[in-house]
Design a protein around this ligand. Sequence first.
Ligand SMILES: NC(=O)c1ccc[n+]([C@@H]2O[C@H](COP(=O)([O-])OP(=O)(O)OC[C@H]3O[C@@H](n4cnc5c(N)ncnc54)[C@H](OP(=O)(O)O)[C@@H]3O)[C@@H](O)[C@H]2O)c1
Length: 291
Amino acid sequence: MQTRTLGARDVSAIGLGAMPLSIEGRPDPEQAIRTIHAAIDAGVTLIDTADAYHLHAGEVGHNERLIAQGLATYRGDPSDVLIATKGGHLRPGDGSWTLNGSPQHLREACEASLKALGVEAIGLYQFHRPDPKVPYAESIGAMKELRDAGKVRLVGISNANVEQIRLSVDILGGVGATGLASVQNELSPAFRSSEDELALCADLGVAILPWSPLGGIGSAAHLGERYAAFAEVAAGHDVSPQRVCLAWLLAKAPVVIPIPGSSRPETIRDSALAVDLELSPAELAKLDATR
Ligand SMILES: NC(=O)c1ccc[n+]([C@@H]2O[C@H](COP(=O)([O-])OP(=O)(O)OC[C@H]3O[C@@H](n4cnc5c(N)ncnc54)[C@H](OP(=O)(O)O)[C@@H]3O)[C@@H](O)[C@H]2O)c1
């Protein structure tokens, strides 16, 4: 498995997005654990989660506990797997997603995530989404304090614009292991508006983790039907359009680390193979031009 740099760590160039294991349409726990094990078997060493990846009220940390269980029951040594979790989003249990970016909430959420993951320090802690009710600098200041206190090894942000990335770099003290380690934004054939943030991350040397890289849970299976160019390039290589999509994102910059979601071993195995798919400049141009 090819690796890319995230903060001080080398991680697999494709991560596992674990959200589908815990939200609407989630599989039974046995299948969820098999999916996590299949990801690690395929060489995946980055798993993305969040305290808010759950369905019902009172289940905060469902996805984090699943991952902890997946690592604990893995037959090999999973110690090189970086778990990336997030705080600042909440799910009250009625299907909605709410925000709380206050420093006090982030401190409490971090403590709960430490417990759910069963670790002394979180590998990568990401501020999930800006909260319009809280100045961004206050939320990021709280993330810095958590890192300075040793509760968090690396700090990332998510759903951030160019200005918020620059502000985070200032507050966190630079980029990488002792600054801003990663940015997680939506980026897929359907959603191109994070391209400015991608360019800035490439410039700064900050890892960028495209979320919903295949278009999201409801759309991912239909990627090839929605975008003929991805289906055509896929047919030429005898691979899935989803694998082509991930290879296309990987080719955008060496800082890109897509985190496709999976609820089945088959899909994460297929996605992990995107690191070995080389697309020609003409193919990449054709995919870039697809709207
Ligand atoms: N920061 C944020 O605000 C934010 C928001 C949304 C998501 N995320 C993160 O990003 C991750 C990915 O996003 P997502 O799960 O919403 O959407 P996605 O990755 O675009 O799509 C996930 C779906 O793709 C299918 N899939 C994956 N690999 C495939 C393959 N090789 N061939 C065919 N189908 C494939 C999976 O099917 P099966 O279920 O059948 O396996 C899954 O249902 C999430 O899991 C989460 O960790 C972050």
